[in-house]
Design a protein around this ligand. Sequence first.
Ligand SMILES: Cc1ncc(COP(=O)(O)O)c(C=O)c1O
Length: 443
Amino acid sequence: MSKRGPRSDALARRLARVESRNVTWLGDSFPVFWEAASGCHVVDVDGSEYVDLTAGFAVAACGHGHPRVVRAIREQAGRLVHGMGDVHPPAIKVELLERLAELLPYDEPRVVLGVTGSDAVEAALKTAALATGRPGVVAFSGAYHGLGYGALSVTDRSLFRAPFEPQLNPAVLRAPFPHPYRPPAGLPGGPAAGPAALEALEELLDGPGGDAVGAVVLEPIQGRGGEVVPPAGFLPGVRDLCRERDLLLVADEIYTGFGRAGARFAVEAEGVVPDLLCVGKALSGGMPISACAGPASVMDAWPASGGEAIHTSTFLGHPLACAAALASLEVLEEEGLAARAREVGGRWLDELRRLGEAHPCVGDVRGRGLAIGLDLVRDPGTREPDPELARRVVLDALDEGWLVLVGGPDGNVLSLTPPLVIEEALLTEATSMLDRVLAAAGF
Ligand SMILES: Cc1ncc(COP(=O)(O)O)c(C=O)c1O
């Protein structure tokens, strides 16, 4: 039975009258309108409770409304709500940048703050163009880097790109991402996917347009692409290739950064230091803020401001977001949430793999830390994606009081990214819920 109540129904009707119809998908029992959230729990406007297995798009790493984050926002709001980011900056911007500098893998880090993840990616693309003098970028199949024009040019999803294709950067080349379960055309699956993808990347760089390439941008684990973990050795291979060919490696850790994948940064797990690193989402635990960072040797490709920054925005270094980020970083570090994600996520992955074995409609269970995907198929032999089943599971889970998102280019992956503070007992309950829902809806 639908858990959605009359207040959400009424809000859905009101929304349909005022919001562009592209934005929120309005179904019979979907969505529910959030009223409050705390830790891993969300309450909707009708008083129904949900466990959030999405962490609100992977943002609420330390849980929704962490008391220290909320206190920091309140205290900051009492002093200063808005500053002049690149002119007369709020003092707290300096504090946040200094704290970030301690956490980044660079001796002399330099940072450009943004508001959205898309902003951080676009700052990285501009930095790469300035530093290399080359407009070309290699991005990967299945990549998601955001939907602003710059970010969209490196994102790979025809649904998002097709209407705007003529306006996107033509110097972007697309390399196949090693997907062990769903290899892109021409690439093998399994562990052989990594070396084959490196070869394909070399061929691409040797081919037409390769000379114009200055940077390679990738997600160390593809998030919205369906929780795709490349085989070990791929990231260091790309790192080496970039070094040999004098290309900048841009790691988009907007999804994976600050603990989700079991390390502060997912690239760390393989000893890779990118030339530019993009973060967002978990950085603040809920306020809109992102960052593009790199060593001074790269970032100083930007000219010194002569009074007019050539890349900035009205809300750059927003005081409330800076306060939230400082508090959230404190919680993430003090509570050791990256290590927790690694341990708890590892055990949950094992549990979900056992669940997958009991349900033939689950073709693959993959992930790292607390970024886990269940790839649903119509037939385990052909591996044909089953987006209808994924959607059914999301709706049935909602009715049982669980928030789950679909991911992957075909919309057939159940994407599980709970807050990193989630109790293990709740994860076991989530496994039982998925077991029930898959038994009823799948095969
Ligand atoms: C890896 C990655 N990069 C960039 C973005 C874009 O972030 P935003 O939606 O804040 O612009 C996302 C969002 O999901 C993401 O997962």
